[in-house]
Design a protein around this ligand. Structure first.
Ligand code: GLN
Length: 285
């Protein structure tokens, strides 16, 4: 039996990954091999008896070694799909999560009913996944995207060009609203860092490879919600709204921040398919 066929290599890799406690071992083995061969995953099944050459084997084994060190797959391939779009990612940005599609999708649905041009701010844009996918699905939107990390902004700019929306986005390096002074927005979106100090200790090993500034929400995980809720009313148009992703179990605390602020009239919680409260949206009074 040839050890170097696609099917044998996948079998071996899956076993290794599984043994080291990696959850989606088979999927990861396939994604990485498809990446090495520059093919879709389905092709691995169609051509399962194809024999890999030495160069391919070497590249595959190198990637597997790094995966066994718990480097996330998306950092190894440099890509992650979000809202059906293939975003470039590096360790300078948080890897877009499927959960965050609830935020992007919800905002898209709300914006599709507006007939006029809209201004949107994305605070802590990271890879740009949220605002770029909104731009791909809604016409007539103009975005201001902010990040405190210059390196993250480079990735977001790269993605904006990749998806041909660079003319609709202005990028700002800075801290939350700070570089947006004087501007008014119809929508403010954010997936702020929200992991609390306590939860940090229990994160999956992979997540610890991601930028800490994209994750660390301070002692109780609410640090950025406090600042965003406090400043958002000054930056929102009449009837404008704020939509933020929620950390695990944060919905009541953030709702309270919004209600106590006094400048919002109406709050919605958007749940994911598992019924988890993923997003809070609040309309300005
Ligand atoms: N959803 C991410 C995680 O659980 C956290 C993202 C964030 O802090 N905004 O790893």
């Amino acid at each position: 039996m040839n050890e170097n066929t696609i099917s044998q290599q996948l079998r071996k890799a899956t076993e290794q990954l599984k043994k080291s406690g990696i959850e989606n071992a088979r999927l990861d083995a396939e994604v990485l091999l498809a990446y090495v061969l520059n093919k879709r995953r389905l092709a691995l099944y169609v051509q399962s008896e194809k024999v890999l050459n030495e160069k391919e084997l070497k590249r595959y084994h190198n990637l597997l070694k790094r995966r066994l060190e718990r480097v996330p797959v998306a950092y190894l391939t440099g890509h992650k799909e979000f809202m059906g779009l293939n975003f470039a990612v590096t360790p300078d940005v948080l890897i877009p999560r499927p959960d965050t599609e609830i935020l992007a999708q919800g905002v898209i649905e709300h914006l599709q009913s507006y007939k006029r041009a809209l201004k949107l701010a994305d605070l802590g844009t990271g890879s740009g996944a949220i605002c770029i996918s909104i731009l791909k699905f809604v016409e007539n939107v103009e975005v201001s995207a902010v990040d405190i990390s210059k390196n993250a902004l480079e990735i977001a700019e790269f993605n904006a060009e990749k998806f041909n929306v660079e003319d609709k986005i202005k990028f700002y390096e800075g801290n939350l609203f700070e570089p947006l002074k004087g501007q008014i927005f119809d929508v403010i979106v954010s997936n702020p860092p929200y992991i609390s100090a306590k939860d940090f200790a229990n994160l999956q090993l992979e997540v610890r490879d991601e930028p800490r500034i994209a994750l660390d929400g301070g002692k109780d995980g609410l640090k950025f919600y406090r600042r965003i809720v406090a400043d958002a009313p000054k930056f929102l148009s009449d009837e404008g709204f704020l939509a933020m992703e929620l950390g695990f179990n944060h919905s009541e605390a953030v709702r309270q921040l919004i209600e106590e602020n006094g400048n919002f009239k109406h709050v919605q919680i958007w749940k994911d398919l598992a019924g988890i409260e993923r997003v809070i949206a609040a309309w300005k009074k």
